[in-house]
Design a protein around this ligand. Structure first.
Ligand code: EPU
Length: 434
């Protein structure tokens, strides 16, 4: 199992480049199911979840080339034949986003078998809202032996009102609606930039969609979609993680190739914490922290609120800020797994229900710590960058799911971080407990 060895104390200086957004790339890859033609996606991040999505599509009969030609970050997907429209448990158990193939498979094949994802480290994460929407569109769904089986000769447009906001639920039903007969009106949709990214790919494929990025999306179903070429937008969570890395280490860091329009809530909280943030044109942000950090409260919300995917990283920053910061998690019920590891490094954090109270600043001391999920791992990397001594982070395969060569990127701006082990060799059973 790979580990990171991190010696804290170096301010991060220079420029770090952000990769493409994992959470856009995953639904965009699933969207290729909707056409027999070739879909080419650029700016695909080289992370483990993308490889898992490739395996999933390939297991259904799709031809998927990752990093073809000279372009390492490009993928070419062709779903001319889908001999086996099934998402097998072996793959779904390692990545919940596999359920994103449900909508496109029914829309394209009239049939989908998808293993029910179990809970995961950060919460129960049911997919009842995906199922409810597909049933409203005319699908018959049965559940047996841990699999959902969905059938519909052709889905019908419907009025869908989400009981609560769901990102992949919005994406899944959007992909179902584009080939449905008639009009679908979706209300209380997720407004995340990843939904907009998917909608622009679908539009390039010939779909008729209005309102993506707002809470009401209207889709006029078409009978056929064609191939397209699309560039995935930058990863706002990776960008936000680097902004905090610059701030927490008292550095002077330029985060390049990002879209600061997607980072509003994070940038405003960094400013509240006393960090100097300058926008350098449309795709670069400079972060500087030379004075003391101040406490700031956050409360996670759906976009454009403060992202749950940045909560753990912000908590690491709060341990270095003067005063008391309240961190409230409203999206997932169990997303405080990093807290006890931060406490082991010397942080003062108390959890009560969905609120963590962080009292800072604490002098963190290096320790052996365990990563429990993707963003918790990022939080521990950030803490280790300022801890006194050499920390060892175990189970960094969690990190590899969503951050592309993070150790190389951080080393490039002055961090002392190295990997022990082989990035490409985690065993399957290591990947399950996510
Ligand atoms: N929910 C339901 N029923 C559903 C769907 C969701 O009750 O049918 C609940 C969830 O349990 C959760 C809330 O609704 O409490 C929001 O969940 P959502 O469906 O929005 O999450 P997701 O689509 O499964 C995506 C990202 C997550 C990110 C969340 C929230 C992808 C592949 N994953 O998950 O990313 O945290 O939205 O923004 O897009 C990560 O990258 O580390 C990550 C976990």
């Amino acid at each position: 199992m790979d580990k990171f060895v991190i010696r804290g104390g170096n301010p991060l200086l220079g420029t770090v480049r952000v990769s493409g957004a994992k959470n856009s790339a995953l639904p965009c890859m699933a969207a290729a199911i909707l056409t027999e033609d070739e879909v080419i996606l650029e700016n695909i991040p080289q992370v483990r979840d993308i490889e898992t999505q490739r395996r999933l599509l390939a297991s259904m009969g799709a031809e998927v080339e990752l990093g073809y030609g000279r372009a390492q970050h490009r993928t070419k997907i062709c779903c001319r034949t889908l001999s086996d429209p099934e998402a097998k448990y072996e793959i779904v158990k390692t990545m919940r986003a596999s359920s994103l193939v449900l909508g496109p498979l029914i829309a394209r094949c009239g049939l989908a078998r998808v293993a029910m994802p179990g809970g995961c480290a950060i919460g129960g994460r049911p997919i009842d809202l995906h199922i409810k929407g597909l049933e409203k569109m005319g699908a018959t769904i049965t559940q047996e032996h841990g699999y959902l089986e969905a059938r519909a000769a052709r889905l019908r447009g419907a009025h869908l009102l989400f009981d609560r906001i769901t990102v992949t639920g919005t994406e899944d039903l959007l992909m179902a609606a584009v080939l449905a007969e008639g009009e679908t009106l979706m209300e209380n949709c997720a407004r995340e930039p990843e939904v907009v990214d998917l909608a622009s790919l679908l539009t390039a494929m010939g779909a008729r969609i209005e309102g993506a990025g707002t809470s009401t999306i209207r889709v006029h179903g078409v009978t056929r979609l064609h191939g397209a070429r699309h560039r995935i937008h930058p990863d706002r969570i990776e960008a936000g993680t680097f902004l905090i890395a610059g701030a927490i280490t008292g550095g002077d860091l330029i985060v390049a190739n990002c879209n600061h329009n997607h980072l509003g809530a994070v940038i405003s909280k960094l400013q509240e914490a006393g960090v100097r943030v300058d926008l350098l044109g449309p795709d670069s942000v400079r972060v500087r922290a030379d004075g003391r950090l101040r406490a700031a409260d956050i409360s996670t919300e759906e976009y454009p609120g403060f992202p749950t995917d940045m909560q753990a990283q912000f908590m690491a920053l709060a341990t270095q800020a003067e005063g008391v910061s309240q961190v409230k998690e409203n999206i997932f019920e169990n997303r405080f797994m990093h807290v006890q590891e931060l406490v082991r490094m010397g942080a003062h954090i108390k959890v009560d229900g969905n609120t963590a109270t962080v009292r800072g600043p604490s002098r963190l001391s290096a320790a052996a710590v365990m990563c429990s999920d993707l963003r918790a791992s990022a939080s521990l990397v950030l803490a280790a960058l300022v801890a006194d001594g050499e920390s060892i982070l175990d189970r960094v395969y969690h990190m590899d799911r969503g951050y592309e060569r993070i150790e190389e990127k951080l080393r490039g701006v002055g961090a002392q971080i190295r990997r022990l082990g082989n990035i490409f060799a985690p065993r399957d059973e290591e990947l399950i407990a996510r």
